[in-house]
Design a protein around this ligand. Structure first.
Ligand SMILES: N[C@H](CCC[C@H](N)C(=O)O)C(=O)O
Length: 278
């Protein structure tokens, strides 16, 4: 039987969204996700996102499969797309928040009157055991630590935003050979659950430029959890303010790491591109 889907993107980080409210398990398997995400033989996407019934008092549950079939804990651009998708399913037009259960914890996106979505992304986790990584002792933070990748020593900072991130500050993000170094970071032995890798150029203390190699998806045009992790890394290294614009190849995100509650807040768009069935 054909399955309906809606295609969304958050700054070019694109997803196939599936209405999964009638079942507690995703309607597609990880292998299906690989086929559906193929940009030549399938629909084409960075991942598949399922709107499942809520649990533990939440409105909904989000599960996501990367386009390699792996299942990450969280997705920042994806949860903005999910919020808009749900509002469409519920025929809601006025601003409202949703409590979403994810494998990375409770995440709360809020539809704003201006069409943007502000997401409470929760608190960063900074200890090596929480990333996870074996780069330093389990109870230590990973800030500005040397890591050998592709024959070069990089100074890295690691942050978990539900999913794991490794951030490196560089003078010119455009000069980074992402296709070469990305996979070698992703599968490095010090990251037992693999890693998302962000390269950051500090333009001003309130403006960062970012490129990303995503775990399970490769080069994407934007990464919401990565933008949050990168701002945290910038603050930890004394390179940026707690509120900054992050410029990604797909567009801009506004990120704040609240001093008051230690939580990250991300504001950005989500756009519907088409509907279909397969
Ligand atoms: N590939 C990521 C999940 C998607 C994250 C990204 N698209 C975002 O917007 O946060 C991972 O395996 O952790």
């Amino acid at each position: 039987m054909a399955i309906e889907f809606t295609k969304y993107h958050g700054l070019g980080n694109d997803f196939i969204l599936i209405d999964n409210r009638s079942a507690s398990e995703p309607r597609l398997t990880p292998d299906d996700a690989v086929k559906w995400c193929d940009r030549h033989f399938g629909i084409g996407a960075d991942g598949v996102i399922f709107a499942l019934p809520g649990q533990d008092g939440t409105d909904y549950t989000m599960r996501i499969f990367n386009n390699d079939g792996s299942e990450p804990e969280m997705c920042g651009n994806g949860i903005r797309c999910l919020a808009k998708f749900i509002a469409e399913l519920e025929e809601i037009t006025e601003p409202r928040s949703y409590k979403i259960h994810t494998l990375g914890g409770l995440i709360t996106p809020k539809l704003e009157a201006n069409g943007l979505i502000t997401v409470d992304m929760g608190k960063p986790r900074l200890l090596a055991a929480e990333i996870p990584t074996t780069l330093v002792a389990a109870n230590q933070k990973v800030v500005n630590q040397p890591l050998e990748v592709a024959g070069k020593t990089w100074q890295v900072t690691c942050v978990n935003m539900g999913n794991p991130h490794c951030i490196t500050f560089v003078d010119d993000v455009a000069a980074i050979p992402l296709e070469t170094v990305g996979p070698q970071f992703e599968t490095h032995a010090v990251f037992p659950k693999k890693i998302n890798t962000e390269f950051i150029q500090v333009v001003r203390s309130d403006y960062l430029k970012m490129r990303v190699w995503e775990r399970g998806a490769g080069i994407t045009l934007a990464c919401g959890t990565g933008a949050c992790a990168s701002l945290v890394a910038g603050v930890l290294n004394g390179k940026c303010d707690r509120r900054a614009t992050v410029e990604l190849p797909g567009g801009l995100l506004q990120i704040e790491w609240s001093e008051a509650d230690d939580r990250l807040y991300m504001t950005g768009p989500a756009e519907k591109t088409f509907v279909g069935q397969r």
